[in-house]
Write a protein that binds this ligand. Structure first.
Ligand code: G1P
Ligand code: ZN
Length: 545
């Protein structure tokens, strides 16, 4: 085996964001760009030397080239064994599970999640540590530091590895197992949920479903689980073949992007009873009923309230966590159940310590992500199965389950307004202004809403005491309504301003308003306080979820 030491020059922009390093494909295609970042990972993740690495991606454009490069670099950097998904495919939750199951030193996931793919789209690379979760900030900072002064990387000179079938081969001493991408993950799901009960729903004709894989990674997983193991109806899985450009779509499971699915669920009496979708790398989920949308923050709360009914969570849950901008619906459940509820910064990595320390069982984010202690990533298909299992046990529709939850715990009307591709300096200035006025807002009144608290959110991890600041400006009103502002950490073009708005309503008579109507006053307040229109020169948000 010939190892080459390639001389390189550092790139200044390899700082990982909310979820790994995410850039345009064209950035990754620059000379040595991928190699530099991968070498920085191998240098920082010392456990990989002599250890096991899990490797796979969501199948987007550049996935296979990147995998070949990483395999050759892994061998040169002394990795003992790599398990790589067939065709280079592995969902993010599957990687997390494989790391844990096979006690790997870490995993590399190639994905830009829900961002569009193809030659003009985005690509990304993410490292997960031995607990199966995203690398914490200390690690990603070290990788970034390394990347800034990197002057060489190691790579073996060898033929490409065949990825189109399961087999075992070697590059020098390093063993490569090309594995079934789906098998282990599907087995894990079967342990957590009552597959027999769910299967009966389908075989007895009580329920029909439609899952939109959006031409992304979950296609093969969904076919195995819903069609083969659960005998779901025909067309239970649509857009099930992963494509390099996601069929030209935007693989983000929300009402704006999963249009085909939404149309099917709103098609009247013939519509499926249950609808769901997942994103590029399979960690997000959207849950729909017939003509009915479940807000992800509500979904988390509903799961928390019902977990004990499902085989994997029979013992009950020990605690829950949500990211700052996620609605406080789950807090109400925790309060009544008498369990702890943690509020963390945005991004799954902040849940890792809480899960490892057994402080929480379930966690989630408003951005269509939920998960549990079964792995250390959010998990799209897991959430779908959780809902199917709840429907089977409770013998209620998606809408009935949600409405009865609101009747018991109150409803949190919730929306997120995104202003995309705004000038970065404009966005920074807007947030800076909010930080400055945040100290003076408490006690002020806005269209009848009195500010109880306003601050720039910071978080001290209760397990390792690590401190994270500037995670979003939050305004909490006396009536429990909230407005939160933050800038996205995953975009690849300019800045994206996210404004999160929430209002808590207990009276069931008032649970039927359209979300934007129920929140209209608060939306105005949010726009006025932040001066969004004048500062950003925008009349309306680009995306509303
Ligand atoms: C977004 C979501 C966040 C999620 C992340 C990765 O990050 O808002 O909840 O963890 O994608 O999927 P953002 O772009 O807001 O930084
Ligand atoms: Zn994702």
């Amino acid at each position: 085996m010939k190892i080459n030491q390639i001389t390189t020059t550092p790139y200044a922009d390899q700082k990982p964001g909310t979820s790994g390093l995410r850039k345009k494909v064209t950035s990754f295609q620059q000379q040595h760009y991928l190699e530099n970042f991968v070498q920085s990972i191998f240098t920082v993740a010392t456990g990989l030397k002599g250890g096991l690495l899990i490797l796979g991606g969501d199948g987007r454009y550049y996935n296979t080239q990147a995998i070949q490069t990483i395999l050759k670099m892994a061998a040169a950097n002394g990795v003992k064994k790599v398990m790589v998904g067939e065709q280079g495919l592995l969902s993010t939750p599957a990687v997390s599970h494989l790391i844990r199951k096979y006690k790997a030193a870490g995993g590399i996931i190639l994905s830009a999640s829900h961002n569009p793919g193809g030659p003009d789209g985005d690509f990304g690379i993410k490292f997960n540590i031995e607990n199966g979760g995203p690398a914490p900030t200390g690690f990603t900072d070290a990788v970034y530091d390394r990347s800034k002064s990197l002057d060489e990387y190691l790579i073996t000179e060898t033929e490409d590895i065949l990825l189109d079938r399961q087999h075992t081969c070697h590059i020098g001493e390093m063993q490569i197992d090309v594995i079934d991408s789906v098998y282990d993950y599907a087995n894990l799901m079967e342990q957590l949920f009552d597959f027999d009960k769910i299967k009966t729903l389908f075989t007895s004709g009580l329920l029909t479903m439609c899952f939109d894989a959006m031409h992304a990674i979950t296609g093969p997983y969904a076919k195995e689980i819903f069609e083969k193991r659960l005998s779901a109806n025909i067309e239970a899985v649509i857009n099930g073949i992963p494509r390099e450009d996601f069929g030209g779509g935007h693989p983000d499971p929300n009402l704006a992007h999963a249009k085909e699915l939404v149309a099917r669920l709103n098609a009247g009496p013939t519509a499926p009873d249950f609808g769901a979708a997942s994103d590029g790398d399979g960690d997000r989920n959207m849950i729909l009923g017939k003509n009915f949308f479940v807000n992800p923050s509500d979904s988390l709360a509903i799961m928390a309230a019902n977990a004990h009914l499902l085989p994997g969570y029979q013992q009950g849950i020990c605690g829950v966590a949500r990211s700052l901008p996620t609605s406080r619906a789950v807090d109400k459940v925790a309060e009544i159940m008498g369990i702890d509820c943690y509020e963390t910064p945005t991004g799954w990595k902040y849940f890792g310590n809480l899960l490892d320390d057994k402080r929480i069982t379930l966690c989630g984010e408003e951005s269509f992500g939920s998960g549990s202690d079964h792995i250390r990533e959010k998990d799209g298909l897991w959430a779908v199965l959780f809902w199917l299992n709840m429907i089977a046990v409770k013998e209620q529709s998606v809408e009935e389950i949600t409405r009865s939850h609101w009747a018991r715990f109150g409803r949190h009307y919730y929306t997120r307004h995104d202003y995309e591709a705004i000038n970065s300096e404009t966005a920074e200035a807007l947030i800076q202004n909010l930080r400055e006025i945040s100290t003076k807002l408490a006690g002020t009144e806005h269209s009848g809403y009195k500010v109880k608290l306003c601050d720039d959110f910071s978080y001290t991890d209760p397990v390792d005491n690590s401190f994270t600041e500037h995670q979003g400006v939050r305004i909490v009103f006396e009536d429990e309504s909230r407005i939160i502002y933050r800038l996205s950490g995953t975009g690849t073009e300019g800045a994206t301003l996210r404004v999160y708005i929430e209002k808590y309503v207990t009276d069931p008579e008032l649970h039927d308003l359209p979300t934007q109507t129920a929140l209209a006053e608060l939306i105005n307040i949010a726009n006025t306080i932040a001066e969004i229109k004048t500062r950003c020169n925008r009349d309306a948000p680009d995306v509303i979820t």
